[in-house]
Design a binder for this molecule. Structure first.
Ligand code: SF4
Length: 244
C-alpha cells in the first residue's frame, strides 16, 4: 500500500506538475493567485486568514466562485478578523454571495472570527503554534467546521503536515482499489499520511499540499464522474480503468 501510494503521487506530480496551492492574494487588484513550486505561502497572518476564509467559502462550491467573494471582501476592506467580526451578517452575506450558501457562510465566518478574537486575541501565529491534534480538536469544536475544512485550514493556513480528504480523493482512491466506498474520512487520511511517515516534517507538509491539489486536478481532467481513462497517468495501477 505504502509504495503504491508513493507511486501514484509521483505519477500525478510528473503528469500535472506542482499546483501552487493554496491561492493567496499578494496583489489586491488581482485577487488570489497560485504559486507553483513555492511552499512559502501563507507568509503572514493576513495570508493565513485569507486561506481560512477561503476554506469556509469553498464548502459546496467551486473555487472560481470563492475568488469573486474574496475579491468583494478585499474591495470592501473586510478580509480581516476584526472587520468580519464587526460587520453585520447580512452585509457580509451580500459580499460573499458568489460563493453560495451565503447566509450560512456569513454566520460561520463571524463565529470563527469572534472565536479567534475572544480566545486567541486574533493572533493566528499563537493559534497554530501547537501540536496539530490539539488545534484540530479545537477547530472541530467550532460550529460549521468539519474534518475537511479543519484539515484544509491546518495544512494550507497553518502549514501542518496533515492530508486533506475530499470527494475527489474518495472517488479516485475507490476506483484505484485502495479504499471501499464507505471508508471513513480518517482512515483515508491515515493511508496517505502513513505512506510518507518516515519523511521529514516539512517534506510531508509539501507532499500533502501537492497530493491533495493533484488529486483535484486529476479528478477534473480524467477521473471525472464519467471517467476519461484514455491518457490517465495512473491507469496501469487502476482497478476500475474504464474503456473509453
Ligand atoms: S484509469 Fe480511469 S478510473 Fe482509473 S484513475 Fe484513471 S481516470 Fe480514474
Amino acid at each position: 500500500m505504502k509504495s503504491k501510494i508513493q507511486r501514484i503521487y509521483k505519477a500525478l506530480l510528473d503528469a500535472y506538475g506542482p499546483q501552487g496551492w493554496w491561492p493567496v492574494t499578494v496583489n489586491p487588484k488581482k485577487g488570489p493567485e497560485y504559486f507553483p513550486g513555492d511552499y512559502s505561502h501563507p507568509r503572514n497572518a493576513g495570508e493565513a486568514w485569507e486561506v481560512i476564509v477561503g476554506a469556509i467559502l469553498t464548502q459546496n462550491t467551486s473555487w472560481k466562485n470563492v475568488e469573486k467573494a474574496i475579491l468583494n471582501l478585499i474591495e470592501n476592506n473586510c478580509l480581516d478578523i476584526d472587520c468580519i467580526m464587526k460587520t453585520n451578517a447580512k452585509a457580509l452575506a451580500v459580499w460573499i454571495r458568489p460563493s453560495g450558501y451565503y447566509n450560512q457562510k456569513a454566520k460561520r465566518l463571524k463565529t470563527l472570527a469572534r472565536y479567534m478574537k475572544r480566545v486567541w486575541d486574533g493572533k493566528l501565529g499563537a493559534f497554530f503554534d501547537r501540536p496539530v491534534e490539539e488545534i484540530r480538536k479545537e477547530l472541530l469544536s467550532i460550529k460549521g467546521i468539519g474534518r475537511e475544512t479543519a484539515d484544509s485550514i491546518l495544512l494550507y493556513a497553518g502549514k501542518k503536515p496533515i492530508f486533506v480528504v475530499d470527494a475527489y480523493t474518495r472517488r479516485v482512491f475507490n476506483r484505484l482499489g485502495l479504499i471501499d466506498e464507505k471508508a471513513d474520512y480518517d482512515e483515508i487520511r491515515c493511508i496517505v499520511e502513513n505512506a510518507f511517515f518516515d519523511k521529514p516534517e516539512d517534506e510531508q507538509r509539501t507532499t500533502f499540499n501537492e497530493f491533495h491539489a493533484l488529486l483535484v486536478e486529476h479528478a477534473k481532467r480524467h477521473c471525472r464522474k464519467k471517467p476519461a481513462c484514455e491518457g490517465c497517468p495512473i491507469r496501469r495501477t487502476c482497478k476500475a480503468s474504464f474503456e473509453s
